[in-house]
Design a protein around this ligand. Sequence first.
Ligand SMILES: Cc1cc2nc3c(=O)[nH]c(=O)nc-3n(C[C@H](O)[C@H](O)[C@H](O)COP(=O)(O)O)c2cc1C
Length: 197
Amino acid sequence: MKLPKPRFKGELSLEEAIKNRRTTRFFQKRPLKLDHFSQLLWAGYGITEGFRRTVPSAGALYPMDLYVAVGRDSVEWIEEGVYHYVAEEHFIQLVTGMDVRMELSQAALFQSWIADAPICFIITAEYRRITIKYGDRGIRYAIVEAGHMAQNIFLQAEALSLGAGIVGAFHDEKIMNIASLPVNNYPLLLMPVGYKL
Ligand SMILES: Cc1cc2nc3c(=O)[nH]c(=O)nc-3n(C[C@H](O)[C@H](O)[C@H](O)COP(=O)(O)O)c2cc1C
């Protein structure tokens, strides 16, 4: 599904977004606007110029992927499921058509607040896309890149008056199975996002 074009101007200054950013763990039940959903994906790992993205990447190899678990009635015009973000076309591709938020929260040591958010990003790394050039050090570079993506999502959420959380405590294999991630795509971070309560 093709997403609305991202916007490059917002209401909040960068300084205000940095100052206000907090991990949000309480969300309204309200569905996300499609524009907001689209904007978050772009900020997380979208294209800015040519093949270059919103985050820096060692050797411009971009070994990461951005997935998003969407709950039932959680984003305008979008059915529940797990989607893969295809940055080059700014569209999302369905991976599995189930609302997996509850399962994600259980795989994340039963952190129930994850299931309360309308959407949950899954930031993954496919290490061989970067270790092919940098050897084992590529693993470090991919993890650093995940941090850049997470901060972009945090700040973009803040700029849209949304709240974002970040979760590193989960069982990798369970998340891979629940989200039907392709082989060799390892989850590094989960990020629930929604309107703050
Ligand atoms: C790598 C990483 C993993 C985290 N994992 C969790 C988590 O599993 N559950 C959680 O509630 N918060 C998690 N957090 C959020 C931290 O608790 C939070 O960032 C910290 O308390 C500072 O609060 P702030 O983000 O509101 O500034 C994680 C943060 C990072 C950077």
